[in-house]
Ligand binder design. Structure first.
Ligand code: 5GP
Length: 206
């Protein structure tokens, strides 16, 4: 029986900047059946190493606002002066198909998704300590001392929201964090509320 006979699962993943969520996400590829990563739209500038259509769809504010006014953006936020938003149609199509869809969004967006999709599952990824987060931010070698301090303050405030998430995963060792997230997704996919149609299929195939 195919896993797609189960209802789609929407996962929201949030983490403070520098916590390693992109590495964790990349490591999930190939480990979960029917796994889809939503690509957000943003008006911020592309960073070195980022690819349009893979990391984000990099768009102009005019384009973003037009899509928003047409109701084509599921949720959006203004973070650090730039718009970020989740395209609506792809997410809904994937969920209809029974896929596991993951959104990598910040805490406000996560709150909006929780009210739009009450059966979504939220995971907050935290660093093992503030000092390790600071070390990771310094290792990137891309930010000034002032920026690092500001990111640490934002991180502390964001982490206060972690209690509103369904799960908290500590990203100390990458493999362990990835295993933990896979275990959460696997268990959530098997929830009775997402698997009811399997029973009727088993019975009709008797
Ligand atoms: P960055 O500029 O570092 O790529 O992202 C800044 C923040 O925006 C991150 O916390 C990221 O998860 C969040 N973000 C990215 N895409 C979206 C989106 O579509 N919606 C919301 N609400 N947040 C997003």
């Amino acid at each position: 029986m195919s896993e797609n006979k189960r209802k789609g699962l929407l996962i929201v993943l949030s983490a403070p900047s520098g916590c390693g969520k992109d590495t964790v996400l990349a490591s999930l590829d190939g480990k979960i059946d029917n796994f889809r990563r939503s690509v957000s739209m943003t008006t911020r500038k592309k960073r070195d190493g980022e690819t349009d259509g893979l990391d984000y769809y990099f768009v102009t504010p005019e384009y973003f606002l037009e899509r928003l006014s047409r109701g084509q953006i599921l949720e959006h936020t203004n973070y650090n002066g730039n718009y970020y938003g989740t395209p609506k149609t792809t997410v809904d199509e994937w969920l209809k198909n029974g896929d596991t869809v993951i959104l990598k969004i910040e805490v406000e967006g996560a709150k909006n998704i929780r009210s739009l999709y009450p059966d979504s599952v939220s995971i907050f990824l935290v660093p093992p300590s503030m000092s390790s987060l600071e070390k990771r931010l310094r290792k990137r070698n891309s930010d000034s001392d002032e920026e690092i301090q500001s990111r640490l303050t934002i991180a502390q405030n964001e982490m206060k929201n972690a209690v509103n998430y369904d799960y908290i995963v500590v990203n100390d060792k990458l493999e362990t964090a990835v295993e933990d997230i896979c275990a959460i997704i696997n268990a959530e996919r098997h929830r009775t509320s997402r698997s009811k149609n399997i029973i009727s299929e088993v019975i009709s195939n008797a």
